[in-house]
Design a protein around this ligand. Structure first.
Ligand SMILES: CC(=O)N[C@H]1[C@@H](OP(=O)(O)OP(=O)(O)OC[C@H]2O[C@@H](n3ccc(=O)[nH]c3=O)[C@H](O)[C@@H]2O)O[C@H](CO)[C@@H](O)[C@@H]1O
Ligand SMILES: C=C(OP(=O)(O)O)C(=O)O
Length: 569
């Protein structure tokens, strides 16, 4: 198909039948190795299931010659290769090109489909594509399974600590230098939240310098706040500092209703008047100046509510007692950070916090704890691939419940140094029963990953999610890989096979951060190729997950795919 520099190549196909297509490769005019960068073209959705491929200015000579569609893996439960081949041929016939060329191209495509040869346009060509616009290809992870992992992985700073500490930095009027802040989408959005109220954020040496001396607003940018959960916690710091705050209702993982009633009632107990209207929470100190100390019992040990109230109470006039608080390591990290700025918080890590308010906090240097959830994800990655790996830095105590369960199913885990772990896994692992609970119980943030692992363990496991009511959406996706899972509300009954259940690669969708991680792990264990869409969720909370896994020997790449939601038109 010849194509003028100013024209466009119009084509249409039934997107629903291509649910499992992995990629589209665009070739240059004379050489099949001359792969045009995806960002050289606009993929524009034109009406129902119709795309238009238009060269962007400056790439006039790099015309689109053919589009090669890849069929789904042969074992895909969604779609047979034969159906995909037929679909592809009819798609090619719909191209507005001379018939002779069509014939060639159709047979080329069919060959490609028949051999199921990998024709993925790899990540180097994609790097300039983000953020994706509607109608563009989106990134997915392409995972080639059944490879052993080996080596040592570096664990990043904890996402949930870093986010809480960044919110906490608003409490301080001095300069705060923070280390071990992971490079995550959520962290970048949190920087935007801080900057929108006048906080200066600067990269400095291997960390970040945060200066919240001159707050210019008490209303952070709605767009950024709505993208993550922890952004809402700034309400405690802003009310503490300024006696006033207007914060939109937060975003975060779609894993349940996630109300903010405990934050609100706790702030009211500290002398705030709170009103929720038009999707925003308006708070102000009742006395028109500062919050005042008080007592509050949390009905549930909410991590976020504990953190919000800790920040507010740290700056309130007088003394506060918070009972039935969360005891998570990230809560302790926030308390340690605030104390290093001069706050007076006692009892962090127990179920009661005793806080004497201090009106002005000073600057500090602080290093965030390592991410226990990332470390747990790598422990499970080793287990699901029956591999041996080491990881560092970790705080082994933070992973006690996870280590205990992995040992129960047959993994060997050694604490090799005070901050390092090594895991060795035999071929045969056993089932076990697990219930998620607040810390020190088994973390809900590792439940989806554990579900993937248990599908490969012999016998029947019962996994119960008690923290979030909507956090088992990965089960449906794991079933597409062949996992034997029966769901009953928040309980999953997982049947592994005697020899360890073999998962089969297929296209799947990450519905949230940890569900995405669970699918990556399942893909590492599966026979064939797994395509995981929705990886922006994963980038929210894992620093370079794909790179770290590759360094351990996994085959995982970023590849372009058509967004599934385009079928919903
Ligand atoms: C940014 C961050 O730190 N996120 C973590 C934090 O989320 P987050 O702070 O949102 O989690 P919470 O501990 O608050 O939520 C636990 C349960 O309490 C409920 N609840 C919470 C607040 C409230 O006002 N009312 C209420 O009913 C929630 O709906 C949920 O069912 O802790 C969770 C539980 O360990 C983790 O999974 C998240 O990764
Ligand atoms: C649920 C999580 O994050 P968030 O609270 O930011 O949605 C998580 O980290 O698993």
């Amino acid at each position: 198909m010849k194509q003028g520099s100013s024209g466009s190549v119009g084509f249409s196909f039934e997107r629903k039948n291509f649910r499992s297509i992995a990629s589209i490769r665009v070739l240059g005019e004379h050489s099949s190795t001359n792969v045009c960068k995806s960002d050289s073209f606009n993929w524009v959705l034109k009406g129902r299931n119709r795309f238009c491929l238009t060269p962007i200015c400056g790439v006039e000579n790099r015309v689109a010659l053919e589009v090669v569609l890849e069929a789904p893996p042969p074992n895909s439960p969604l779609h047979s290769p034969e159906a995909a081949a037929l679909e592809s041929a009819s798609y090619l016939e719909s191209l507005s090109s001379p018939r002779a060329e069509l014939g060639n191209r159709s047979s080329k495509a069919t060959q490609t489909l028949t051999s199921l040869k990998k024709t993925i346009l790899h990540s180097s060509a994609l790097t300039d594509m983000s953020p994706f616009r509607p109608g563009h290809l989106v990134e997915c992870f392409e995972v080639e399974g059944r490879r052993r992992l080996s080596g040592e992985v570096n664990i990043s700073g904890a996402k949930n600590s870093a986010l809480a500490v960044l919110a906490g930095a608003i409490c301080s009027e001095g300069q705060v230098y923070l280390e071990m802040i992971p490079d995550l989408h959520d962290v970048r959005r949190m920087f935007q939240v801080l900057q929108s109220v006048g906080v200066k954020v600067q990269r400095a040496s291997s960390g970040f310098m945060i200066d919240a001396k001159d707050l210019t607003s008490v209303e952070p940018c709605s767009e950024a706040v709505r993208k993550l959960r922890a952004s809402f916690f700034v309400i405690g710091a802003l009310l503490g500092r300024k006696g006033e705050a207007v914060v939109p209702l937060p975003g975060g993982c779609n894993i349940g209703a996630r109300p903010i009633d405990l934050h609100v009632r706790g702030l009211e107990a500290l002398g705030a008047d709170i009103e929720i209207r038009q999707g925003k929470v308006f708070g102000r100190a009742l006395n028109g100046r500062n919050l005042t100390g008080g007592s509050f019992f949390l009905d549930y040990p909410s991590v976020g509510a504990t953190e919000t109230l800790m920040m507010a109470a740290a700056l309130a006039d007088g003394h506060t007692t918070l009972s039935n608080v969360a005891q998570e390591p990230e809560v302790v990290d926030l308390a340690n950070f605030l104390n290093s700025c001069g706050a007076c918080i006692q009892g962090a890590g127990t179920n009661t916090l005793s806080i004497s308010g201090i009106r002005k906090l000073h600057g500090t240097e602080y290093c965030v704890i390592p991410d226990r959830i990332e470390a747990g994800t790598f422990l499970i990655a080793a287990a699901i691939t029956r591999s041996s790996i080491s990881m560092n830095p970790v705080i082994p105590k933070h992973l006690a419940s996870v280590i205990e369960k992995l040992r129960t199913i047959g993994c060997q885990i050694q604490v090799t140094r005070s901050d390092s772990l090594r895991i060795n896994c035999a071929e045969m692992l056993r089932s076990c029963n697990v219930k998620t609970l607040p810390y020190p119980g088994f973390p809900t943030d590792l439940q989806p990953q554990l579900m993937s692992l248990l599908t490969t363990c012999s016998g029947q496991s019962v996994l119960e999610e008690t923290v979030f009511e909507g956090r088992m959406r990965q089960a449906e996706e794991l079933q597409k890989l062949g996992a034997q899972i029966k769901m009953s509300r928040n309980i999953a009954i997982i049947n592994g096979k005697e020899t360890g259940s073999l998962l089969y690669g297929a296209p799947v969708l990450a519905t949230d951060l940890r569900a995405g991680a669970a699918l990556v792990l399942a893909g590492l264990s599966a026979e064939g190729t797994t395509y995981i869409e929705g990886i922006s969720h994963i980038d929210r909370g894992y620093e370079k997950l794909d790179l770290k896994l590759r360094l351990l020997g996994a085959s995982i790449q970023r590849a372009p795919c058509l967004p599934a939601e385009l079928t919903l038109e």
